[in-house]
Design a binder for this molecule. Structure first.
Ligand code: ADP
Length: 390
């Protein structure tokens, strides 16, 4: 097997011209380079206003690396130049996420705290209306299950919906939607999303091999996210629901910063611990100026499958209370129910397989509250200044 080394990659990249002359390596635009089993990932820093125009530069760098014997895949992302406008104070880099070394986290992921909160010219995804992130402070709270069922509930409202699974540590959208197989390429470059239950879907799980070591995953997903948004033939969609990786480390922060998100939904279980984590999630989105559209309490009440009676085994209402306290909309509660788990495991989410049942109704209500919040925010942006005469 041919081993690829960093020096070779840099040597080839030194032949790629910079935006205005010179080459991208000597101009210091190339991030640290990650190499794992024939996969190479890095980012190139460009001025934030020129990202679209410099797409050919990204492709040239990708092609240069792919031409190296032994390189099977290259993940190249353009990241926005650090920019400190008037009044902005450069902040120190936060500690690296525990899952990756400081060096690796800094690679494809630009330093989140030092970069602008929201790049002014963040590119939208052509043909796609809104990107909504579904996040959680920690794993196992039902974030993916909620994301998929909410996507289906939004579709039921007549919207065209896609799901993007960016949960690199436990990509579960393929399982939840019963998807198998690899996405096909169209026009030699873009990937066709898969389709299930009327949703378009793409998962990082379909692109990163299962044995990819955890340490590579964070930086890889940050560079891959842009490609999954931009280089997938999504077609015309009203909304893409993004299933984020759980937690609030550097990787999550970079993801939140890279995608032009309309807002985020935070999923939490009623336990206090999870709520503490949810609060961290909230703080993270605020830091990158992504509006939090609301909190969902998952596994809220337990509905007995035999008698139908509801009991609050985890102590219930915590998320509603917390949302009120934090001044964030409370979007609703999803009960803890065997049906939800079983349908998810079977690749037939409850919203699609039992749309008339009480669980689908719960997701429908949350999706309704979410959509209302989205509309309210849109209207508040559009509303002309009002003159009030008293
Ligand atoms: P996360 O994305 O937060 O890691 P998942 O969506 O994968 O969580 O859910 C974790 C487990 O909990 C899965 O087995 C899923 O079927 C189950 N689950 C999620 N929500 C519920 C619910 N409301 N009732 C019962 N089981 C649930």
């Amino acid at each position: 097997m041919v081993t690829v080394d960093k020096a070779k990659v840099l040597e080839r990249l030194a032949a790629v011209p910079g935006p205005d002359g010179g080459d991208i390596v000597s101009l210091g635009l190339v991030s640290d380079v990650f190499i794992a089993d024939g996969r190479v990932a890095f980012s190139i820093t460009v001025p934030e206003t020129r990202a679209r125009e410099l797409e050919p530069l990204r492709r040239a760098a990708e092609a240069a690396v792919l031409a190296i014997p032994g390189v099977e895949r290259a993940m190249v992302a353009l990241t926005a130049e650090r920019h400190h406008g008037p009044g902005r104070v450069a902040r120190p880099r936060p500690p690296a996420a525990p899952l990756a070394s400081a060096e690796s986290a800094a690679a494809a992921a630009p330093s989140p705290a030092a970069a602008p909160a929201r790049p002014a010219a963040q590119q939208g995804v052509p043909g796609v209306g809104l990107l909504i992130a579904v996040a959680s402070g920690k794993g196992g709270v039902g974030k993916s299950t909620t994301a998929v069922n909410l996507a289906l509930a939004l579709k039921e409202r007549g919207l065209k919906v896609g799901v993007l699974d960016a949960d690199v540590y436990g990509p579960s959208v393929p399982r939840l939607l019963g998807l198998t197989g690899r996405p096909q390429t169209v026009d030699g470059r873009r990937l066709m999303p898969l389709e299930a239950y009327g949703l378009k879907a793409m998962s990082i799980g379909l692109l990163i091999e299962e044995d990819t070591p955890m340490i590579w995953r964070g930086p890889m997903v940050v560079s891959a996210l842009r490609q999954m948004l931009m280089d997938v033939a999504w077609g015309e969609l009203d909304v893409i629901v993004i299933d984020m990786p759980p937690g609030t480390g550097d990787v999550q922060l970079s993801l939140a910063q890279q995608a032009p998100l309309a807002g985020a939904v935070i999923v939490s279980t009623p336990q206090d611990l999870a709520l503490l984590d949810a609060r961290k999630g909230l703080a993270m989105f605020r830091k990158v100026e992504v509006p939090v559209l609301g909190i969902v309490e998952n596994m809220s009440t337990f509905i007995c499958p035999h008698c139908g009676e509801a009991s609050h085994i985890f102590g219930h209402g915590g998320a509603r209370h917390e949302a009120e306290r934090l001044g964030v909309p409370f979007l609703g509660e999803i009960p803890l129910a065997m049906t939800i788990r079983e349908t998810s495991d079977a690749g037939a989410p409850v919203m699609a397989s039992a749309p008339d049942g009480p669980h689908a109704a719960a997701y429908r209500a949350v999706a309704g509250a979410l959509w209302q919040e989205v509309q309210a925010r849109r209207n508040s942006h559009r509303r002309p200044p009002q003159i009030v005469i008293e």
